[in-house]
Structure formats: structure tokens, C-alpha cells
Design a protein around this ligand. Structure first.
Ligand code: DCM
Ligand code: DCM
Ligand code: DCM
Ligand code: ZN
Ligand code: ZN
Length: 264
């Protein structure tokens, strides 16, 4: 995701986590403002290009070698390389944060990767996660990955910054609350245990990768290569983007609640 996606995940999580989890994160990050998670949510995207950051480049995705749109699946042994992947990264940084409470870097990585793992093209190998597929959104040229990371969210929210994300998060939080469109479904979104962080991350990656077959490449890549996506494609994609951002925020809140409160 781009800035709005990651910040919205962070604001949704901030709005759902226990007060003691919020206090723990604020202390860890040295930020007592309402932006304590949103402000660091995209840190990992800058860090990977800084000196000493290259090791973390593959941590942002898992390249599922499946066959969209005919079959989608994620296989840890097949798809997580020796250099690591988003599943191993979530597992490792979760374990680091549990072993070293108040360690800021592992918290920042958890916040970022719980977001990215919910972007379908971060769980797909085809076209380098869609980076090699050219598309247009309202006449502007994008690659398919960036369209899902950024262009659709700009079209949904009308903005590109943290203020936009904060407003968008309030709408998603309202959908999760009683009476909201996600109220019933969201009760089943988090079923994971800290006893097996790898299984938790694999479940999130597998569920998200399913959307590559159903929503990202439903008629195969040739059907969208070089095409304008602002019509029926966008109409189907936007609800998936909103759902995945909301899910990521709820799961991030629940995951941090477990880490901070010593749950399982
Ligand atoms: N192709 C694809 N996704 C895959 C495998 C292939 O989109 N996982 C595309 C790339 C080529 C075409 O299919 O455009 C070639 O496939 P085939 O040899 O089955 O015709
Ligand atoms: N990306 C991905 N899967 C890949 C390669 C890249 O999900 N196999 C993501 C990482 C970034 C975006 O695509 O979000 C652009 O990558 P880069 O900046 O490395 O070109
Ligand atoms: N194809 C494939 N895997 C995909 C997409 C396409 O194997 N993910 C193959 C099926 C056809 C050919 O590519 O043999 C044409 O597909 P398309 O219409 O996507 O070009
Ligand atoms: Zn991305
Ligand atoms: Zn990232």
C-alpha cells in the first residue's frame, strides 16, 4: 500500500486496540499523539532503500507461484525465499517484540507488514506482483501493483495524506461497529494465536491471495494489460480494497493486543 493505505490500517488499529496497547505503542514509539501508529506506518518503505536497509526489501511480499486466474494459493516452502518474505518477517518481528518489549523497530515492521500482507498483489508472483502490467486509471498510466497500492485508494478517498487516511478510517471503523456493513463478518476476521505466528501470517496471505484470482486478474492479465480500469474493474476492486484495509486494521489491533497483554 501507499501512504493512505498504511496510515488507514494504522488509524483503524489505533481505534480498535485496548487502551493499554495504545499506551504501550505510544511509549515504544515516543509519540503521545493520535498519529502514533499512522506516522510510522510507512517507515519500512523508506527504510528499505536506506544504507543497510536492503536486507528488508523481500520482507514486503511473498511471491506466490500460482496460476491466476485459474488457481490461487500460497505455499510457504515454495514461495518464501531464503532471503525471507512477508510471512517470515511477521513471524520474526513478532517474536522479537515479544522477547524485547518496547523495542521500536520490530513494532514498526509489524505495523507495516500487517498492512502489506492484505494487499493481494503482495501475495502474488505473477508480473513481479503486478509491477510489470501496465494499466490506466482515469487516463493516467500506472502499473497494476501501484494501482492497487495507491491509485484506487486515491480515487476512493480523494486524497493522499494522513488527514485523508484519518477520515477514511472513521468510515471503516463505523462499518465494523454494531449496525455497520462489516459488523457481523468482522467478528470472524481474527482467529489467530501467538502460539503460531507463521500460521497466522499464512492464513492472512492465503485469504488475500484468493483475491488475485477473483478480483485482480479475474479474466487473466491479457484482459487488463494496457487497459483503462476506471469502469467495471474499479467498481469491483474498490470494495475489496476497503475490506482488506479494514481487515488489516482489525487484525493489527488484535495482534498487538495479544503481544502487549501477554495473551495467546
Ligand atoms: N500467462 C499468464 N499467467 C501465467 C502463465 C502464463 O498470464 N501464470 C500468460 C503469459 C502469456 C501467456 O499466458 O501471455 C502464455 O501462456 P500459454 O503458453 O498458456 O498460452
Ligand atoms: N512488490 C511486490 N512483489 C514483488 C515485487 C515488488 O509486492 N515481487 C512490491 C513492493 C512495492 C512495489 O511492489 O510495494 C514496488 O516495488 P519496487 O519499489 O521494488 O519496484
Ligand atoms: N494463461 C495462463 N495463466 C494465466 C493467464 C493465462 O496459463 N494466469 C494462459 C491461458 C491461455 C493463455 O494464457 O493459454 C491466454 O491467456 P490470456 O487470455 O490471459 O492471454
Ligand atoms: Zn505495494
Ligand atoms: Zn511495503
Amino acid at each position: 500500500w501507499g501512504t493512505v493505505g498504511h496510515a488507514t490500517v494504522a488509524y483503524v488499529a489505533s481505534g480498535l486496540m485496548k487502551p493499554e496497547t495504545a499506551a504501550y505503542c505510544k511509549k515504544t514509539l515516543g509519540d503521545d499523539s493520535d498519529e502514533f501508529l499512522a506516522a510510522i506506518a510507512s517507515w519500512a518503505d523508506a527504510f528499505r532503500y536506506e544504507p543497510g536497509g536492503a536486507f528488508s526489501v523481500p520482507f514486503h511480499w511473498i511471491d506466490a507461484i500460482d496460476r491466476p486466474p485459474y488457481s490461487c494459493d500460497v505455499d510457504y516452502d515454495r514461495d518464501c525465499t531464503a532471503e525471507g518474505c512477508i510471512v517470515s518477517a511477521i513471524m520474526n518481528y513478532t517474536n522479537i517484540q515479544r522477547a524485547q518489549p518496547y523495542e521500536p523497530m520490530s513494532l514498526k515492521w509489524i505495523v507495516h507488514f500487517l498492512g502489506d500482507i492484505h494487499q493481494p498483489l503482495h501475495d502474488e508472483n505473477y508480473g513481479a506482483g503486478g509491477n510489470n502490467i501496465t494499466v490506466f486509471v482515469d487516463g493516467v498510466k500506472w502499473n497494476l501493483h501501484a494501482a492497487w497500492d495507491t491509485a484506487f485508494l486515491t480515487k476512493i478517498t480523494g486524497g493522499t495524506n494522513l488527514a485523508t487516511a484519518k477520515i477514511f478510517s472513521k468510515g471503516l471503523l463505523a462499518r465494523i461497529q454494531a449496525g455497520g456493513a462489516y459488523a457481523a463478518a468482522s467478528k470472524k476476521w481474527f482467529r489467530s494465536s501467538l502460539k503460531d505466528p507463521k500460521a497466522a501470517a499464512m492464513a492472512w496471505a492465503t485469504e488475500t491471495n484468493d483475491y488475485v484470482c477473483s478480483s485482480v486478474l479475474p479474466e487473466g492479465p491479457q484482459q487488463i494489460e494496457g487497459k483503462e480500469l476506471n469502469g467495471t474493474y474499479y467498481q469491483a476492486a474498490a470494495p475489496v480494497v476497503e475490506l482488506q484495509i479494514a481487515k488489516a486494521g482489525l487484525r493489527l489491533a488484535a495482534w498487538l493486543d495479544l503481544i502487549v497483554t501477554g495473551g495467546t
